[in-house]
Design a protein around this ligand. Structure first.
Ligand SMILES: [Zn+2]
Length: 350
């Protein structure tokens, strides 16, 4: 069968290759891969900047944003042939650390976790794949191809859960949220903000293309004139930062209202230096009881929360996020950036 593979650490090594059929273990589902989403992490791996092959192997099968249809399921597993499923990305570390021992493998403390398509486990960018039933999430059957958005949605479901947990340390009834960045994470964070009944603002650099309309059709407000203009009408109770742009991150931290929460989800390159009034920022954080925290990845609970969120969302709106579809035969094309689009997907059965 065909799979999109790379040799980690070797730029330009991404290729569609013939690989052996997967062999399901006793507790595994055998799944027909329908699609995988492509994100910045995949592009970093393809550029040789990130990623680890399974022990003793040269190649890593890419793909951590999965969607498939069950072909074979173990008796009594709760899954049946035909179910639409997504595989969880991360697995707990082998020690395990305290977090992994409690199912919170998204919060692993020792860094020895593994990840499908990223770190030492084969990904889902293949025509067939296996997944342990405990790491498979069933989707509303009506979701169809937008189910490929489950993994990025799990990331924002976790971010929102963290906002609510940290906000819950005192009285917390947020009214407004500013999302910085209108990529897939930002747009899905905005969707979950709207689902919570919040007034949602989204800030991005581009003034045209698909993003303004996607934000407007959520019932949210789109801004493209910079951070100060985006908060001119009022400082947000919550910021979900999804760009990793250094100056914007700092502006967001200091730009919330009192008891403001800033959730950082964008990964920045190292070595970006900006001149900033650090004393003023500290003063604001202290005097407002603000909180700033990072959030990445997701555990199985977040996948289930994300599945609920997608099932409640407008199907047509979700479909509009999938702005580029690339057949598996041309899958390496999908690793090129899609600057005006939102989410590139590789379809695995054509
Ligand atoms: Zn761990």
């Amino acid at each position: 069968m065909r799979a999109l593979t790379v040799v980690p650490g070797s730029p330009g090594s991404a290729a569609v290759r013939d690989v052996p059929e997967p062999a399901p273990g006793p507790g595994d589902l055998l799944v027909d891969g329908l699609a995988v989403g492509v994100c910045g992490t995949d592009r970093e791996i393809a550029a040789g900047e990130y990623g680890w092959a399974p022990a003793g192997e040269e190649h890593l099968v890419l793909g951590h944003e999965s969607l498939g249809r069950v072909r074979e399921a173990p008796e009594g597993s709760g899954f049946a042939p035909g179910d639409l499923v997504v595989g969880v990305v991360r697995r707990p570390d082998p020690v395990p650390c305290g977090a992994c021992a409690h199912g919170a493998f998204d919060m692993c403390r020792n860094g020895r976790y593994t990840e499908r398509g990223i770190k030492e486990l084969p990904g889902y960018a293949s025509e067939r794949w296996c997944v342990e039933t405990g790491y498979a999430v069933r989707l509303d059957p009506g979701l169809g191809e937008v189910g490929v958005l489950l993994e990025p949605t799990s990331v924002v479901a976790k971010a929102w859960q963290q906002v609510e947990l940290i906000g819950g340390r005192s009285w917390f009834e947020p009214r407004t949220v500013l999302v910085t960045g209108a990529g897939p994470i930002g747009l899905l964070a905005a969707l979950l903000g709207v689902q919570r009944g919040l007034e949602v603002h989204v800030l991005d650099r581009v003034a045209d293309g698909v993003k303004p309309g996607l934000v407007r059709d959520l019932g949210a407000t789109y801004h493209s004139d910079g951070f100060d203009a985006a908060i001119a009408a009022g400082r947000p109770d919550v910021v979900i930062e999804a760009t990793g742009a250094a100056a914007l991150v700092l502006a967001a931290m200091g730009g919330t209202g009192a008891y403001g929460l800033t959730c950082l989800t964008g990964v920045s390159p190292e070595g970006r230096r900006v001149e900033w009034d650090a004393g003023g920022l500290n003063r604001t954080l202290v005097l407002e009881n603000d909180a700033v925290f990072g959030s990445v990845n997701a555990n199985a609970d977040h996948y289930r929360a994300a599945a609920d969120a997608l099932a409640r969302a407008d199907r047509d709106w979700l479909t509009r996020l999938l702005t580029r579809r690339v057949p598996v035969a041309a899958a390496t094309d999908a690793l090129r950036p899609d600057p005006d689009g939102v989410k590139t997907v590789i379809t695995l059965q054509d």
